[in-house]
Design a protein around this ligand. Structure first.
Ligand code: GLY
Length: 425
């Protein structure tokens, strides 16, 4: 099977590493990829959001399967174009990708499917914003009703900060979504979905705030771990049965069946799981940890999803133990990051239990590896338990140098210290 992965982040690096382990994958390409992905797949320049360019490349490479990593090409219909060209594609249609592309659409689907989620209102003017802020909070949750790479969300007990964020989004011409605050530990559950067939992967937990102890602004994600020792197996089953399956069925009923990876972001509250958001693709950085434990051939799972035969493949098998990923971010991220700093130490040391995945990296003309984005690297640690996985990742991080960079030191720590309690129901 000849596979083309679209995207350039650490998530795509993790997908490429996992696909490379699948003996059925005979040729592996990535576009545009990055400096790390180039070590494992042939990279080709392409604009991931150009359906024409992606189809032309997939055709030229005689790809059997195209795997689209990021949300923007999916929302723009790149998967539709690839399928229209007769090539199997892992990733939903533009119509189905609205589950992430429009939070208002996602709310509508959830209401129709009877899925518990936060109460929300969309506002379009400053006057509506002021009136709506009075009906919410504290705590206020203010979101961009579109794609914002995780950075369009402000969760705050400060009404002024909530208003400022909403007003800024409105000034940029973006409708604003206000939501009631969902309390309880958060879970990311990724499910392969092919119509009404739903296959869950291991549950993971993201760390969205930039600083230790969940402080500072929201980011695209600063680290994650899997599995979740504090989450009962029956809660995962309940999420699949009561949340993901009804939503998948509702998408089929609306004539926009979902095919690809449906990412349910949930808060586990006293009443049970409530949906914070749905995404239409693998999450970043959770994927880097989840795929580190996958034993089944990834190509087979993605191809079966893409070709409508997911129900016929065996359930994914997982390696025992735990995995974490820690993001090394550039100076000033999640603000405008400083770029062009030289990174050293990435190629050194064992890669098996602590691979270093590239996101915002580039090779300078003189061959030096330099930072080229806000989230620069994802360092993965795999161990017999979460504590060992943390040690592996943080030991590896200590060997990497990037001036001005920062990372969280507490990824997975609350779980190791048994500080995560599910609210009593
Ligand atoms: N982990 C957050 C995201 O992928 O959107």
């Amino acid at each position: 099977m000849r596979v083309l992965v679209i995207g350039s982040g650490a998530r795509e690096h993790a997908l490429v590493l996992s696909l490379r382990r699948d003996p059925a994958v005979s040729a592996l390409y990535a576009a545009p990829g990055n400096a790390g992905i180039a070590q494992h797949a042939q990279v080709r320049p392409v604009d991931p959001s150009s359906a024409e360019a992606v189809v032309a490349l997939a055709t030229e490479l005689a790809a059997d399967l195209v795997v689209i990593g990021p949300e923007v090409p999916l929302v723009l219909g790149v998967a539709d174009a690839v399928r229209a060209a007769g090539i199997a594609c892992f990733g939903p249609s533009a119509a189905a990708a609205r589950i992430e592309g429009s939070k208002a659409f996602a709310k509508d689907v959830m209401t129709a499917a009877g899925v518990r989620t936060a109460h929300s209102e969309v506002v379009d003017t400053p006057a509506e914003l002021d009136a709506a802020l009075d009906r919410f909070g504290p705590t206020w949750v203010v979101k961009d009703d579109g794609l914002a790479a995780g950075k369009g969300v402000v969760v705050t007990a400060d009404r002024l900060a909530a208003r400022d964020h909403g007003a800024e989004l409105l000034e940029q011409g973006h409708p604003v979504l206000l939501e009631s605050f969902l309390d309880g530990p958060e879970v990311s559950l990724f499910c392969l979905v092919d119509g009404e067939t739903v296959v869950p992967l291991l549950p993971a937990q993201d760390h969205k705030r930039v600083g230790d102890g969940d402080t500072g602004p929201n980011t695209g994600g600063m680290g994650a771990y899997t599995p979740l020792p504090w989450l009962p197996e029956e809660t995962v089953t309940a999420i699949v049965e009561d949340v993901v399956k009804p939503v998948a069925a509702e998408m089929v009923r609306r004539g926009c069946p979902f095919s690809g990876l449906l990412y349910a972001g949930l808060a586990i509250g006293a009443a049970g799981p409530s949906v914070v958001e749905f995404n239409c693709r693998f999450g970043d950085p959770e994927t880097q940890a989840v795929l580190a434990l996958l034993e089944s051939p990834l190509g087979e799972l993605l191809n079966a999803t893409a070709t409508g035969t997911l129900a016929e493949v065996a359930a994914p098998r997982w390696r025992d133990g735990s995995a974490i990923t820690v993001v090394i971010a550039a100076e000033n991220y999640p603000g405008r990051p400083r770029l062009g700093d030289v990174i050293t130490g990435v190629g050194e040391g064992a890669q098996d239990d602590a691979p270093v995945l590239h996101a915002g990296t580039a090779l300078r003309e003189d061959g030096a590896l330099v930072s080229s984005g806000g989230r620069v690297l994802s360092v993965v640690g795999v161990g017999a338990d979460l504590s060992e996985a943390r040690t592996k990742a943080y030991d590896r991080i200590a060997t990497i140098k990037l001036p001005g960079s920062h990372y969280r030191t507490d990824i997975g720590l609350a779980a190791v210290e048994n500080r995560i309690a599910l609210p009593t129901q």
